[in-house]
Design a protein around this ligand. Structure first.
Ligand code: NAP
Length: 279
């Protein structure tokens, strides 16, 4: 694939979309960076924005928000994929989540849309700790559901590498890559490794989905999204995803990045520094 036409990146300000857009731009390839507040206006809830966003594109990286498991998401993504194919944008790479029935439904709809598809089904991102739950991590407490479940935390840089490779090389068409990090960690172990990277104590505190939803709403997530997201996170951290896969290696021919390396690199950016002075 020559990628002379721009790639539409949906969610281009988000954790994976931003990294995919950066990789394309750094390679000298054109990008339509799309989201509600992006250079290219795109709103999942307003279909009138989809056609203009797809116009002139040669491929699309699709990230749905809030989550493919939400009611109606599979229908929406199917309609989008069909519109893309009808407009000649056949090369579609879809970001999905592991262990989510609703997300599997959306994956199947994209597989059946007539697109040249690649599915990237991801584990819990490392970058949730440095780009989403930043405040709580900074203050030494990781409070969320999950308990003692082990999860193979995945680096968003690895997701972006896989998506970038998929967009550039047709050998990835028709592949489903289930991506995980290389190691299983409990949230308590993840908190310890984050604390070690920061040089401070860091604790994991198990909380209920309802408590977690209140916390998410307090950090700006709309209330109607906070509870389903909290329940979804509780559900996928019930042990169903407690195994590592070879997805990164299969797609890229190398091992995935390790959580401890991520934690050290994120700490070095100062994202968790305590800079406020109590008055
Ligand atoms: N986080 C994880 O651990 C994880 C794991 C597996 C799969 N996933 C999947 O990754 C996807 C992204 O989740 P995330 O939490 O990682 O996202 P995120 O980093 O917060 O990024 C969300 C992106 O979507 C855009 N966006 C939000 N609402 C939108 C809307 N209504 N229409 C168009 N764009 C919208 C945002 O930009 P604007 O605000 O400018 O619109 C932003 O660019 C979800 O489908 C999720 O299931 C996440």
């Amino acid at each position: 694939m020559t990628n002379t036409k721009p790639t539409l990146v949906i969610g281009a300000t988000g954790k994976t979309g931003r990294r995919v857009a950066e990789r394309l731009t750094n390679a000298g390839l054109p990008v339509k960076a799309a989201s509600r507040n992006g250079q290219t206006h795109f709103e999942w809830n307003d279909q009138s924005t989809w056609g203009p966003a797809l116009e002139g594109a040669g491929a699309a990286y699709i990230t749905y928000f809030p989550d493919l498991a939400f009611p109606g998401a599979a229908d929406t993504v199917e309609q989008f994929a069909k519109l893309a194919v009808s407009m000649g944008v056949k090369r579609l790479v879809l970001l999905s989540g592991r262990g989510e029935e609703g997300a599997r439904d959306a994956e199947i709809r994209v597989e059946n849309s007539g697109a040249d598809w690649t599915l990237v089904r991801a584990a819990f991102f490392n970058q949730n700790f440095s780009e989403t739950f930043v405040e709580s991590v900074r203050h030494g407490v990781l409070a969320m559901p999950g308990g003692d479940t082990v999860e193979p935390f995945l680096d968003a840089e690895d997701i972006a590498d896989v998506v970038f490779a998929a967009l550039l090389d047709d050998k990835h068409i028709g592949q489903l890559y289930e991506l995980t990090g290389p190691r299983l960690l409990t949230l308590g172990q993840a908190a310890s490794e984050l604390g070690a990277a920061m040089g401070r104590d860091m604790q994991y505190v198990p909380i209920t989905p309802a408590q977690y939803a209140a916390d998410l709403a307090g950090h700006g997530l709309p209330e109607e999204v906070a509870m389903p997201i909290a329940e979804l996170i509780n559900e996928v951290l019930d042990g169903r995803n407690s195994y590592v896969t070879d997805g990164v290696e299969r797609a890229l021919g190398r091992k995935p990045r390790d959580f401890a390396d991520y934690a050290r690199a994120a700490a070095a950016t100062g994202v968790w520094d305590l800079t406020e002075v109590a008055s």
